[in-house]
Design a protein around this ligand. Sequence first.
Ligand code: ADP
Length: 179
Amino acid sequence: MNIVILGPMGCGKSTQARLLSAVLGIPAISTGDIFRSLEHGNSLMARRIRDKIMRGLLVTDEDTFAVLSVEFRKPSYQKGVILDGFPRNIYQAQHSPIRFDYAVQLSVSDKISIERLLLRRREDDTPEIVHKRLEIYHRETEPILKMYEVAGILKVINGEQPVPKIFSDIKVALGLTVA
Ligand code: ADP
């Protein structure tokens, strides 16, 4: 089973991806984590990635696909995958090497998203970068939701609830448990 988790920064995507991964026994991939692990290298690609992250912009589609095509070749993803952070724009969604069974949208307001991020203290969580990321989320990532809605695989979950409640709502939406 392939699942993508979508939502603005601070919506709890990676937390829910980890919980789902444990229950389903399939690995979770966070493209943000992958890029953060690569950005400290000295290669041209590492420098490009760092530059984008520190400006709150998306890594280029070319670099994203180059990194993911290596990642997806790993045998651990044969049974399925839970993706957090990809796809991030319409181009990536249209060219995704993975077909999703479900797209889970964790919906949170901009206000909550910003509040949670400013508590997190990651290097790219300064007010300026956070606002840029949010703007890009609305402009580039949100249109993907419509695609998945039309495809009939979108599950919208209220992300402004406690972590266990969000998780149980996801399990109900995915038919993993009854309400
Ligand atoms: P958040 O959800 O808090 O914005 P992520 O960890 O998902 O954080 O992403 C951090 C950064 O990594 C993004 O701002 C972006 O620069 C880059 N990134 C992650 N996934 C992608 C992707 N699929 N395409 C392009 N850039 C990405």
